[in-house]
Design a protein around this ligand. Structure first.
Ligand code: NAD
Ligand code: DAU
Length: 340
């Protein structure tokens, strides 16, 4: 199989490419990434260095029709997994435009080009955030829960889901959509809760918790999400939507306390700051459809997953330090200065 992975230099894409090449000897991966602030080509440098022809990198924008058509033709791609996105909710609040450009126009362009090129397998990677927010006693989201996004990020992802779904309903293009809960693990950019808190705690800096810290997320280790996307690629029903979750619903403050305890740091580092506008209270995923149809089951519990993640960040300090500069610093300074 010649697989096009878009957004492969980001957090989940990097994990996915390593996992797929590790598990499938007959696979070639073409990684197409625009290399935004969140994309790091060096994540996959060991694969480039191998030079065995099973991994190719192309810098391009999924919203560029000529570039996407050229890649699909040149590499005779027979499957696409689209991870490419602007992914940070806070950035979407500060400036929604790039989210529309990539998550909506880019997602539509890519599925359109893949259909025109006759690519027979297509997975569009989406998020639980398209469903909006749950109350404390609501049942978990299912694939038929109405879309009710809150942020410009989640609205852009919901728009893409509707467009990809329309390619199935209108043209019969057999795309599959996956929706996953909050990922954590190696290579996550330190603007997201878990790597940010690990990084700040290690430096004995204040840990900014939004609101009262009791918002709940359903945490899944990135390896389990990658396994789910792989199953959807090989076994997904054309036109289907599949939810993936980790079965680890936790309030943010519990996550942060776990990190502090593991690092031997005091809880006095926790600082409650002004809430994120439109902050969803709770996410929880019912992944019984993926369990039944794909055989999906998360393998990591949170205790093991966070231990592995803490160890990875401890062992990869230069990776984190390289990010703590330039554009990253500018966004973090401007976003958090208004929150204390
Ligand atoms: P990320 O921000 O770490 O990486 C995104 C990657 O996409 C980067 O390498 C970036 O350079 C690339 N990219 C951005 N715009 C592009 C464009 N126009 N063309 C080509 N490449 C582009 O994101 P992530 O956390 O790895 O998320 C990957 C996907 O999974 C996204 O679609 C996201 O919505 C979805 N998702 C993420 C989570 C999570 O918890 N992180 C959960 C569910 C779903
Ligand atoms: O649910 C899936 C989504 O998870 C993905 O679609 C997104 O791409 C991904 O970024 C993530 O979105 P969240 O907004 O849930 O993740 P984030 O890490 O930004 O925040 C997690 C929780 O922690 C949320 O309730 C907000 C809170 N938070 C976050 C930051 C960055 C804080 O309290 N303080 C912070 O500084």
């Amino acid at each position: 199989m010649r697989l096009l992975v878009t957004g492969g230099c980001g957090f989940i894409g990097t994990n996915f490419i390593y996992a797929m090449l590790g598990r499938h000897d007959d696979l070639t991966v073409v990684n197409c990434d625009k290399l935004t602030y969140a994309g790091n080509r060096a994540n996959l440098a060991p694969l480039e260095a191998r030079g065995d022809g099973r991994y190719h990198f192309v810098r391009a924008d999924i919203a560029d029709p000529a570039a996407m058509a050229a890649i699909l033709a040149q590499y005779r791609i027979d499957a696409v997994v689209n991870f490419a996105a602007e992914s940070h909710v806070d950035r979407s609040i500060a400036d929604p435009e790039p989210f529309i450009a990539t998550n909506v126009r880019g997602a539509q362009n890519l599925v359109h080009c893949a259909m025109q090129a006759g690519v027979p397998r297509y997975v569009h990677v989406s998020t639980d955030e398209v469903y909006g927010s749950l109350g404390p006693d609501d049942p978990a989201f299912t694939e038929t829960t109405p879309l009710d996004p809150s942020s410009p990020y989640s609205a852009s992802k919901a728009a893409a889901d509707l467009l990809v779904g329309a390619y199935w309903k209108t043209y019969g293009y057999p795309a599959v959509i996956t929706r996953c809960s909050n990922n954590y693990g190696p290579w996550q950019f330190p603007e997201k809760l878990i790597p940010l808190m690990i990084s700040l705690a290690r430096q004995d800096k204040p840990l900014p918790l939004y609101g009262d810290g009791t918002n709940v997320r359903d945490w899944i280790h990135v390896a389990d999400h990658c396994r789910g996307v792989e199953l959807a690629l090989f076994k997904g029903r054309p036109g289907a939507v599949y939810n993936f979750g980790g079965g680890a619903e936790l309030p943010n403050i519990t996550v942060v306390r776990t990190i502090l305890a593991a690092l031997g740091k005091p809880e006095s580092l926790i600082t409650f700051v002004k809430d994120r506008p439109g902050h969803d209270r709770r996410y929880a995923m019912d992944h019984s459809l993926a369990a039944r149809e794909l055989g999906f089951a998360p393998e990591y519990d949170f205790a093991r997953g966070i231990e592995q993640t803490l160890a990875w960040y401890a062992d990869n300090q230069p990776w984190v330090a390289a990010i703590h500069s330039g554009e990253y610093r500018r966004f973090m300074d401007s976003w958090y200065k208004d929150r204390s």
